[in-house]
Design a protein around this ligand. Structure first.
Ligand code: C5P
Length: 328
């Protein structure tokens, strides 16, 4: 069996609206995923036991063994595809360009790529919807990395509807020196909301109990899709899209990493049409008017010293797909 290589994109969220915490530790979301042209490359080859080797951007901080989402994806696929036979194993090689724990769903991307690669290597024959089902069990963002493009995510992000967009959007991604843990950012979002919405409600019992009051958090609104954003995306006008970008996790990410405030402000001052923390952060995504403005913005942001590094990317990008391996 010849090795199979799959290329898979990072994502940013153009809208990320977070509902109240659910009983299972997740939050219901309405999000607009947008795949961008920053790709990891995953190569799988047959092996006696499943293992992973990571090279490239942030390789040292990627977990090995079952803690790695790509390993979990390979095991999940083998279990579904070969329920009664002995399970095939693979060696997974990941060439990373998507930074780790950066709000760009890099780990989810690697898991999605592994699903596509193993499906091909093992000739397992799972359809796209079947692969998406396995992907959803591996992680909330994994189904979108399979699909790519621009899509509305519901549930915990795993229920997808492709979105209509026009044209190509030019982005500058500003990487941060540190990482952020997604569960910590969601937990911080809950804490900030509880603190902000604590209001005083009159205690039951009528006038005789005047002055007795209980502080209770106001309920968090159910998230709703921004129809203005959907219209803007269909228009293909980045100047219309920029001001409509939104991320409920941004206050939490900024609270955990206050230096992001400077990064976002610098991008806005330097002419970005929209400036936003990507997903749970700490990467910041800046929307530019065109390729030339994105180049300018990337240079300015680098010069401003407000981030570890920048890349220019475009979106929407295609989802996980088999490719010829890039030598070297
Ligand atoms: O699904 P995934 O394992 O990628 O999620 C990582 C963590 O992010 C979850 O354990 C949860 O803490 C948080 N999360 C959430 N609500 C979502 C998605 C993720 O609270 N919709």
């Amino acid at each position: 069996m010849t090795p199979v290589t799959v290329r898979v994109p990072a994502k940013v969220n153009l809208q990320l609206s977070v509902g109240p915490p659910r009983g299972d530790g997740y939050h219901d979301l309405i999000t607009v995923f947008h795949a961008v042209s920053l790709f990891d490359e995953v190569t799988v080859r047959p092996a006696d036991r499943t293992s992973v080797r990571v090279t490239g951007e942030g390789a040292g901080s990627v977990p090995s063994g079952r803690a790695n989402l790509a390993v979990r994806a390979a095991i999940a696929l083998a279990t579904v595809a070969f329920p009664r036979q002995s399970k095939p194993a693979v060696h997974i090689g990941i060439r990373k360009r998507i930074p780790v724990s950066a709000g760009l769903a890099g780990g989810s991307a690697d898991a999605a790529a592994t699903l596509v690669a193993c499906n091909e290597l093992w000739r397992a024959g799972l359809s796209q919807p079947e692969l998406r089902g396995v992907a959803a069990r591996v992680g909330s963002d994994v189904p979108f990395a399979l699909l790519g493009g621009t899509a509305i995510g519901q549930g915990r992000g795993e229920l997808l509807t492709p979105a209509l967009t026009t044209g190509t959007y030019h982005w500058v991604l500003a990487f941060s020196a540190g990482a952020l843990s997604t569960p910590e950012v969601y937990a911080k979002c809950d804490t900030l909301r509880a603190a902000k919405t604590m209001n005083v409600t009159p205690a039951a019992g009528g006038a005789g109990h005047a002055g007795l009051a209980a502080a209770q958090p106001a309920p968090v609104a159910e998230p709703a899709l921004s129809t203005d954003l959907m219209v803007a995306l269909r228009s293909g006008d980045p100047a219309a899209v920029g001001p409509l970008l939104s991320n409920d996790l941004q206050p939490a990410a900024v609270s955990l990493r206050p230096e992001l405030r400077r990064t976002l402000a610098a991008g806005r001052e330097l002419g970005a049409l929209g400036a936003i923390v990507s997903g749970s952060g700490p990467t910041c995504a800046f929307l530019a008017g065109d390729a030339a403005r994105a180049r300018e913005l990337a240079v300015f942001l680098t010069g401003a010293g407000v981030c570890r590094g920048v890349v220019r990317v475009t979106g929407p990008a295609a989802g996980a797909a088999v490719t010829a391996p890039v030598p070297g």
